[in-house]
Write a protein that binds this ligand. Sequence first.
Ligand SMILES: O=c1[nH]c(=O)c2nc[nH]c2[nH]1
Length: 463
Amino acid sequence: MGSAASRVSPNKPKYKTSKNADKPARGIQVFIGPYIHSLSWTEPLVVQPNGVIGVKDGKIVIVDTAENLDTLKASHSFGDSDIIKLQEGEFLMPGLIDTHIHAPQYPNVGIGLDLPLLEWLDKYTFPLEAKYKDPKFAELVYRKVVEKTINNGTTTASYFTTIHTSSSEVMADMVEAYGQRALVGKVCMDCYSPDYYVETTEESLSGTTEFVKKILDRKNPLVLPTITPRFALTCSEDLLKGLGAIAKEHDVHIQTHLDESIPEIERAMELFPQYKNYADIYGGTGLLSSKAIMAHCVHITDEELEILKENNTSISHCPTSNNSLLSGHCPVKKLRNAGVKVGLGTDVAGGYTPSILEEMRHAIMTAKTLSIEGRESEPLTFREALYLATLGGAEALAMEQEIGNFQVGKSFDALVIGLEHELSPIDLFPESDINVLVEKFIMLGDDRNIVKVFVNGQLVKSY
Ligand SMILES: O=c1[nH]c(=O)c2nc[nH]c2[nH]1
């Protein structure tokens, strides 16, 4: 459960049936059954049909195979009552990581996708975000966002909120209350924005400092603040530099948008002609670091890619949004092969789905389109998409020491996937082995197949 600072408590969503869903498991829990995970971008997906994963105090303490069970029982002092045997058609996988999502835009998810980015922001997005002046409205929406993303298997999310400091705190309360791991960023915009939705440079900087301090003071390792200039088009140079300084002072994450659409890039360069390219605007103002995540990068140039690499800055690939807002097709495989860290983002509500699983499919289809056109050398495999959604996301958020796969010492952020229970939308046929289950889940699955969700060993969803 959240710390004393939390001012909200979780609803009991209908899928949360475990009596102990709110309490961390005491003692060791040992899962026996198939598991899958990625070890790196270049290594093949590990598919272990006969696995053993032990968890204690939220951390992974055993990753082994069932043939060693007796030895493990002795060495880790556990008995049959500590064992959870996966059922037929189930397997374990690491939790999904959404590296870019706008929580306040959730009421617009699935609607208003008839305009390109800049017009879409003016017509649909800014009027909605302005409503979060009212923290009660924020509470209503943010509760639904957190419930929905957890239901879809998102164990970690990097959230944008709005310019309002107090409703941004409501978002932090909400993720704390539900036990999701999250980065939360108060959005900053001090110019070229509508007069009903803008702050002064001073307000933006002081609001950000206040927000960062309050979140860090909670000392909840699952919920961290992130510095969030919306993008260069709505921020003055003074604001960008001030935010860069705050990020450095507190050693916190940074998130923003980069090279999403051609008109956006042109406007950025009109506003900041003193910089050599769009990435350089962020680099020159102290906003590129190993904890910075640039969303989109659809039209990134080789020169800009080098800037990201020099700063060890990562990219959030948001293929659904890039199609929906007519921004373009991002060559994700080329970017990842160039050595830049890449994760997946839903970019709700530019992206019409809060599901990273769907984002994997869109990433696969986008890469196929690009390889047909000769802009990617080869398509993205479902195994590579799975890497981007898990370990890739963890690397992009500079959290790979903590999450992203099953390694002893990491937190147990995990999903139990089930393909054979009555709600499953997937038909299976004889001789469907674990490899078939995994591929079917990635191409056809949905939240009904996500039977259990754990964050830091705590059960946060259970059918
Ligand atoms: O997809 C996007 N969603 C947004 O809210 C946004 N703001 C700036 N650039 C943006 N891109």
